[in-house]
Design a protein around this ligand. Structure first.
Ligand code: ZN
Length: 203
């Protein structure tokens, strides 16, 4: 006798939910069943916001942060930022903890990854060319490397510092120790990040 399972639409939903980060098969099943039990209104609101976020959230062509505009973003377009400082991060999600720390008011540049030979990610796969193009304006006086404190983060920071050596007038700093070893910015609390920013050291 064939084993009874969820109807196809529920199985399809579970299949999609399982792909989400941090969601295992059991959680996917629980969420799918919960959604079904909430009725049409909740399920359709959920699908609307997912579609809306997918359609309307873009990558800022300047800094790489999330944006809903065709050009620029809330940070690049702000007139209240210190336009002499550029903070280089790996991912757009790294910008949020730095913003929440309140210790930094400059601009950002997202690399969209880091150098990792094991994953076949080289400098050409990162937004390094876009960064050097921004620096050519001569507007920036400091570049802060806010990268992970692991081997790949170190290698990426060293590579960028080498490239930036052609700008002798540019001060290059990195976050002070305090970011958990092997961790990214996401794993650091606001106070740690604030201290790491304030105690940044020159390269
Ligand atoms: Zn931007």
């Amino acid at each position: 006798m064939a084993q009874v399972d969820y109807p196809e639409p529920v199985k399809a939903l579970i299949g999609q939910l399982k792909q989400l980060p941090g969601i295992g098969p059991k959680s996917a099943e629980r969420i799918a069943v919960w959604l079904m039990q909430q009725g049409n209104e909740v399920a359709s609101t959920f699908s609307d916001v997912v579609r809306f976020a997918g359609d309307s959230v873009l990558e800022c062509g300047v800094c790489g942060f999330f944006s809903t505009e065709q050009h620029g973003c809330a940070i690049c377009d702000s007139i209240q930022r210190d336009t002499a400082s550029l903070c280089v991060v790996e991912q757009p999600t790294d910008i949020l903890p730095l913003e929440r720390s309140g210790a930094y008011r400059g601009l950002y540049h997202t690399l969209r990854g880091r150098i990792s030979p094991l994953d076949n990610i080289g400098p050409e796969d990162l937004r390094i060319r876009e960064m050097t193009e921004r620096l050519q304006s001569g507007e920036f006086t400091e570049v802060i490397l806010a990268l992970s404190s692991d081997v790949e983060g170190e290698a990426t920071g060293n590579y960028i510092a080498e490239i930036l050596a052609v700008y002798p007038e540019l001060k290059i700093t990195r976050l002070a120790q305090g970011i958990p070893a092997g961790g990214g910015l996401e794993s650091a609390d606001e106070l740690t990040l604030m201290r790491a920013l304030q105690g940044r050291v020159g390269l």
